[in-house]
Design a protein around this ligand. Structure first.
Ligand code: AMP
Length: 277
């Protein structure tokens, strides 16, 4: 496994002609969610590149950029075991040098849902991913459905800008009690860890309501909201959208997906699930 800490080093990698390069962008502090993407990439690619970059451009000044968990040595040890070929670990100064001025924005869908509370977030995500794709030059990029809006925004960007990269969405990996794995779960203190399971409970309860024949989005959302409020967790949003374009839906069909964001104490957690009617 080669570790490349600068953009020119990564750009200089000469992939053998015809080899299929799979790419997994991450912010590090790897857990089984990230590693499931790496496994999917290893399975379907000739060569695998994983990037570790805590992207300042996707954090608002009030957010947790400085305290975001980092453990590069541990991450490398985990990737070593998984047949990763290259780890790209650039610095923020190199990615955004003085005078940096170019941003990519996927309009509309970047400003709903998480984009309401984090207005600059997806601009930062789209920009860094476009830069990473230009530097790494993969055929496929593996991303988690955990960040469903991010996945949709980046699918739109790669299509709109004719990047010719396949975006592969991978299922959410969860703890035994259903909590979606996340680097930020580390912030959950004391009883917050138990309270945090209410997102999963609200999603699975919504699935059950749909299976029992309830198709009115409004009623399903009200039940989910009640369940979350009963756990004393503060809701940011609960929406049911068409998973193809994130438009809100009134009546559930096979494309419907519930997306939730909520503050469990200080940490803000997100989760989502298909509600197939
Ligand atoms: P991050 O390091 O949080 O930027 O995440 C890097 C990638 O891992 C993104 O594509 C995430 O959607 C994905 N990911 C994070 N958590 C999970 C999870 N629990 N299950 C599946 N994928 C995940």
């Amino acid at each position: 496994m080669q570790i490349l800490c600068s953009i020119p080093e990564m750009q200089a990698v000469n992939y053998p002609a015809g080899s299929k390069v799979g790419f997994v962008p991450t912010m590090g502090y790897l857990h089984e969610g990230h590693l499931s993407l790496v496994d999917a990439a290893v399975k379907s690619s000739d060569l695998v590149v994983v990037s570790i970059f805590v992207n300042p451009a996707q954090f608002a000044p009030s957010e947790d950029l400085d305290s975001y968990p980092r453990d590069f040595d541990r991450d490398l040890a985990l990737l070593e075991k998984r047949k990763v070929d290259y780890v790209f670990f650039p610095t923020a100064d190199e990615m955004y040098p003085p005078g940096y001025k170019t941003w990519v924005e996927v309009e509309g869908i970047s400003h709903i849902l998480c984009g309401n509370t984090r207005p600059e977030h997806f601009k930062g995500v789209s920009t860094v991913v476009l830069k990473l794709l230009n530097i790494v030059r993969p055929q496929s990029m593996y991303m988690g459905e955990k960040d469903f809006q991010q996945l949709t925004v980046l699918q739109r960007m790669t299509q709109d800008l004719n990047l010719g990269v396949d975006i592969i969405g991978c299922p959410i990996i969860r703890e035994e009690d259903g909590l979606a794995k996340s680097s930020r779960n580390l912030y959950l203190k004391g009883k917050e860890r138990e309270q945090a399971t209410c997102l999963y409970k609200a999603l699975t309860n919504s699935q059950k309501l749909v299976a029992a024949g309830e198709l009115a989005a409004e009623k399903i959302i009200a039940a989910a909201e009640q369940l979350i409020l009963d756990s004393l967790v503060k809701v940011d949003y609960i929406k049911i959208v068409d998973g193809r374009d994130l438009s809100e839906v009134q009546d559930i069909d096979e494309h419907s997906r519930m997306l939730i964001a909520a503050w469990v104490g200080k940490p803000r957690l997100i989760d989502n699930m298909s509600l197939k009617a």
